[in-house]
Design a protein around this ligand. Structure first.
Ligand code: PMT
Length: 218
């Protein structure tokens, strides 16, 4: 039994990959399994928070005591997250959200021909930046998944999206990032950075939850 230090807090967690349809049989997505976000949702609920998990399609069971909202596309995740953020005390943005979506979705299966083809993509809206712009003192935690210039990119996202802190994970680190049960992360905020060793995703979730408790204690 964990101490219920987050009792009375309403928190949102986004998790998993979004899916952008091209036609009825094809889509654009990414490798997120949802494991990191589900571990966070479960950990926050165990500490007494009332958690809404806005999730892309995953194979994972819903963590105990968590309210789950299923979405497919980045646009659906945007709507669900913005709605849930109203009346909440904060959000943890762990989802891997598509930055681009097909300009139009074909109603019928696109038939192949001999030549190459081109799909025009347009930008999706940034969910975290939208919540960050209307934060009003609430908690906002972000993630950054990087492959190079990790620190600089994470710091830029911290500022641009108005996060309280950002959790950096790099695909250059073995055992970090997508799909596995472990992650290697660095916390970055405006006072500095804290590099953690390779941990299970649940242990990373515990460390994130401790920082969230400190945020609300201040
Ligand atoms: O799900 P797993 O298999 O366990 O993998 C975990 C993970 C690698 C997906 C996770 O640890 C992680 O890093 N999630 C964020 C991935 C990501 O898309 O990062 P980003 O650097 O592209 O985005 C920066 C931040 O903005 C993130 O908090 C993201 O959720 C948010 N964002 C991005 C785009 C967008 N349109 N809306 C957003 O809210």
């Amino acid at each position: 039994e964990k101490k219920k230090n987050l009792q009375g807090k309403r928190l949102i967690v986004t998790a998993g990959a979004t899916i952008e349809a091209i036609d009825p049989v094809r889509f654009i997505s990414n490798h997120s399994s949802g494991k990191m976000g589900y571990a966070i949702a479960g950990e926050l609920a165990d500490r007494g928070a009332c958690v809404t998990l806005v999730t892309g399609r995953t194979e994972l069971p819903t963590p105990a005591g968590v309210e789950r909202v299923d979405v497919l596309s980045a646009a659906e995740m945007y709507d669900a997250a913005v709605r849930a953020f109203e009346g909440s005390d904060g959000a943890v943005m762990c989802a891997a959200v598509a930055d681009y979506t097909p300009d139009r979705v074909s109603d019928t299966k696109i038939k192949k021909c001999d030549g190459d083809m081109c799909i025009t993509l347009r930008r999706t809206r940034d969910i975290a930046a939208e919540l960050g712009a209307h934060k009003d003192g609430r908690l906002l935690v972000g993630f950054a998944l990087e492959t190079h210039d990790e620190q600089a990119h994470a710091e830029a996202k911290l500022e641009k999206k108005n996060f309280d802190f950002i959790v950096l994970n790099s695909l250059r680190d073995a055992g970090a990032g997508f799909r596995g049960d472990t992650n290697k992360v660095t916390f970055i905020d405006r006072t500095g950075r804290e590099e953690l060793p390779l941990l299970s995703k649940r242990e990373v979730a515990e460390r994130i939850a401790e920082r969230i408790e400190e945020f609300f204690a201040e």
